[in-house]
Write a protein that binds this ligand. Structure first.
Ligand SMILES: [Zn+2]
Length: 322
């Protein structure tokens, strides 16, 4: 795996050595086979982006410069550029820009929840935003902050590896080391940190969330590219459900109901990445509890009504599928 990646993206040995392959391996092992294909395509630039189509046509000797053909290679969001790999994650013309920013925030929230070293989480979030928003990465200097030298070293390492690679789960080993030290520090201070929480655990989860993030943007891109009429009923249904989950998380953020907390423990990105049936189960559980716990919660009723969902019917379909 390491050798292949090196060949493909021409990374230097130094960069290869800096990547946390152990966490990457763990992440992959934890994913179902069906998802592994999608992940693999994404990580190795096999997604059928405009640029890939163009490369294919060029190698087949086709004319890629004609006006008619050019349209095939440009970004589906309409920014006019040739669609390079990962462009859909960064394009400012994405129709779901706000949603994308909220997904990033959900990663930030997860970092707070898992007690990520403060400086490290601020810097990672900042860098993720930098990469998404622009072509230039502004310099970061945190050497004078407390514990800043360590985090500075990690950012410098990740800058060398590349943040495009970070979004493919290729993260610097330094993040793991810093987080191990942070958990140790917290334990020494008497904080209860579960034994499974280690720097390696943290990195594996971080890879998972980051790749969920990217694959979700890929979905937005595909939804934009394919006309509504081309979508299967299942795809439409899945998008509706995901939309509901999004609104549930928003509602939960506005008004926290203790009885519901356990359903919102997982980051939003993880919940919407589940299989469709599992998303349905999740929604049924949450909606029923909302019915019991929060009879006065108007907003939830609105969400349900907006989506034209009849709760009884919803429950029935669901039971029928089980
Ligand atoms: Zn674009």
């Amino acid at each position: 795996m390491e050798e292949y990646v090196q060949d493909q993206i021409k990374m230097t040995d130094e960069v290869i050595q800096a990547i946390n392959w152990e966490a990457m391996g763990r992440y992959m092992k934890g994913m179902p086979k069906s998802k592994q294909v999608k992940i693999c395509k994404y990580m190795h630039n096999w997604q059928n982006t405009g640029r890939q189509k163009q490369k294919f046509a060029q190698s087949a000797g086709h004319d890629t410069e004609s006006e008619e053909n050019k349209n095939i290679y440009v970004c589906p969001f309409g920014c006019g550029r040739v669609e390079q790999n990962q462009h859909y994650i960064r394009c400012t013309r994405s129709p779901k820009l706000r949603h994308k920013m909220n997904c990033l925030k959900s990663i930030r929230e997860w970092m707070v929840k898992t007690k990520t070293s403060k400086l490290m989480r601020i810097v990672i979030y900042m860098r993720m935003l930098d990469w998404i928003k622009g072509d230039v990465m502004p310099p970061i200097n945190i050497r004078n902050e407390e514990g800043g030298m360590r985090v500075q070293y990690a950012v410098d390492e990740q800058d060398k590896i590349g943040w495009d690679q970070f979004f493919k789960g290729r993260m610097s080993k330094e993040w793991q080391t810093i987080q191990d030290e942070e958990y140790e520090r917290l334990r020494n201070q008497g904080n209860k940190i579960p034994a499974h929480q280690t720097g390696l655990w943290w990195t594996t989860k971080m890879i998972r969330l980051t790749i969920y993030f990217a694959l979700n943007e890929w979905q937005v891109r595909n939804d934009t590219l394919h006309e509504a009429k081309d979508k299967t009923e299942r795809e439409v249904r899945r998008n509706q459900l995901k939309d509901m989950v999004y609104k549930m998380y928003e509602a939960h953020r506005r008004a926290d109901h203790p009885a519901l907390r356990r359903y919102f423990k997982r980051p939003y990105l993880e919940t919407i990445s589940k299989a469709t049936t599992r998303i349905e189960h999740w929604l049924v559980a949450v909606i029923s509890l909302y019915d019991e716990e929060a009879k006065t919660e108007g907003s939830i009723q609105d969400i349900i009504r907006d989506h034209g969902v009849n709760i009884d019917e919803f429950n029935q379909t669901n039971q029928a599928e089980e």
